[in-house]
Design a protein around this ligand. Structure first.
Ligand SMILES: [Zn+2]
Length: 287
């Protein structure tokens, strides 16, 4: 795998292209995986650099575990997910269920975007049902632009260019529905996305089924439960709006054949990319 990545990297640099640097923020140590594990796997396979950041430590997301014990377990799950995807994962030590859009957390996010020298930043939209998701969206919005201002958090050198900020797909309708500006086929890395989700055992096989009152449906055997997880996820339909975006980026033949996709909306507060910029930042879309 390392040799393959090195070869991909050399291939890119030989063509004069710099690796793309992507940083994705989620409120909890499985949120980035849900929204962007497929795209992350594709970026990584092509020799680019991807980092997932969980803004909270996830220490409220379980029905029987809590506190430090749960935070340590979820951190280990996130690291395993990163290993499977070929990316970096960082879990910040803010409490789950208590996140607020404070100056302190905003600075944590500004520093991480600067240190990663990000070209692309991904976050939830700030109209999500969960307050931690909502405030993660606000915090990343508040960090956009500030990442280029030298006198804000001056100990971390500012970025020269404001990155492109994107939102993960969601299904919230108010005040406005998600708009899929970019849609990426993840058919060839769908197994990797399931591998990444499968690493979060405490979530996909324990906590989330318990919240949904269907814990008894989860198979006990690790291989069987992974298959069950893949089946649950496969039921998700591509919306007509995302299908239209796939056709736009891939053409009608390829775009209509895609079965699994991840889509993103462009945030107005970052750099406003042209279509050519998007094809450069998302090389998997082709020319
Ligand atoms: Zn979450």
């Amino acid at each position: 795998m390392k040799a393959a990545l090195a070869a991909a990297f050399i291939g890119m640099t030989a063509l004069g292209a710099q690796p793309i640097r992507v940083i994705a923020f989620g409120a909890h140590p499985d949120d980035c995986d849900l929204g962007a594990a497929g795209v992350a796997a594709k970026f990584a396979q092509m020799g680019n650099a991807v980092k997932f950041v969980s803004v909270t430590n996830g220490d409220a997301g379980h029905q029987t575990m809590s506190g430090g014990e749960l935070a340590r377990r979820r951190r280990a799950e996130a690291m395993e997910s990163a290993r499977r995807l070929g990316i970096t994962y960082e879990v910040l030590d803010n409490h789950d269920g208590e996140l607020l859009p404070t100056l302190d957390v905003r600075k944590q996010i500004i520093r991480l975007i600067r240190q990663w020298n990000a070209d692309v930043v991904i976050s939830p939209r700030p109209n999500d049902y969960h307050p931690d998701h909502r405030y993660t969206g606000v915090l990343v919005q508040d960090a956009s632009y500030m990442v280029v201002v030298p006198n804000v958090d001056p100990d971390t050198p500012p970025l020269h260019n404001n990155p492109v900020f994107l939102y993960y797909q969601d299904n919230f309708q108010r005040p406005n529905p998600f708009r899929p500006d970019i849609a990426v086929s993840i058919d060839d890395v769908y197994d990797k996305k399931i591998d990444a989700l499968d690493a979060h055992v405490s979530q996909f096989y324990e906590w989330l089924p318990w919240v949904d009152h269907r814990l008894e449906q989860v198979p006990k055997d690790p291989a069987e439960r992974k298959q069950w997880l893949a089946q649950q996820r496969q039921r998700r339909q591509i919306t007509p709006e995302i299908r239209a975006a796939l056709v736009k980026w891939y053409g009608p033949e390829k775009g209509n054949a895609v079965r699994q996709a991840e889509a993103f909306e462009i945030c107005e507060y970052g750099r406003r990319p042209t279509e050519a910029d998007i094809r450069r930042l998302f090389p998997m879309l082709g020319r």
